[in-house]
Design a protein around this ligand. Sequence first.
Ligand code: BTN
Length: 256
Amino acid sequence: MQNNTFSTLFVGRNLIKLLAVDSTNNFLKNLVSNSEPLPEGTVIMADNQYAGRGQQNSTWEAEPGKNLTFSLLLRPTFLPLNQQFSLNMAISVGINQALSRILGEGLSIKWPNDIYFRDKKLGGILIENTIVGSDIKTAVVGIGINVNQQLFAEELTDKATSIFQILHKDVNLVQLLAEICNALESLYLQLRSGTCVNLKQNYVDSLYKLRKAGLFEKDGEVFEGSITGVSDTGLLVMETKNGAREFNFKEIIFLN
Ligand code: BTN
């Protein structure tokens, strides 16, 4: 469906709305591999995503009809493989820019790409790249935002939040999607044209617990540290009593 609600050039212009699907990332990956070439910027959005996937083989739960669960197709062939993390930063910063327009202060990015409001998770990102030779041929950018969901399962109550819980009112899902697509397109175009000069700084400045002492765990070792930034490849850089240390994704657990 050509979508005229959006004022973007290409992100979200080809919007495919599904009533129910296992995972919008799976659906988009299947479309990319099985059908006619899909335009860059295609967005698959689902009312009911019943087997959503999260980072590290986790699941992503979203009450049907209440939340944003969507996947965006990008073709970042211009991005050298060792700069893959830039896409991650652009997407996280873009989402936070769009959300901050309705939520104001309180948003942050929990490294590498969880969207946080105060100390609770508001959204998540799952980027799945297809690499051919030395090119990122396609990136399927899956985004889940808790929007109008009022309650979460008991085990998530202390960990998850939604826009409804913050604003105490419902938000129109397609309008919010349009705002997010606008912000993502703007950052992606800057990335593509090499004019995204402040991306890393913006990303680091948005990091959850930046320069705050906290407890972390690696391989059973609990230590105190303070996040100071990220390396060019996206490792988390932390100041500890043993000096600066760098951590890979999956290697470290935030304890508080
Ligand atoms: C995470 O925080 O673990 C990432 C969650 C990503 C969830 C989104 S919802 C839309 C897209 N489809 C999926 O199956 N997952 C992503």
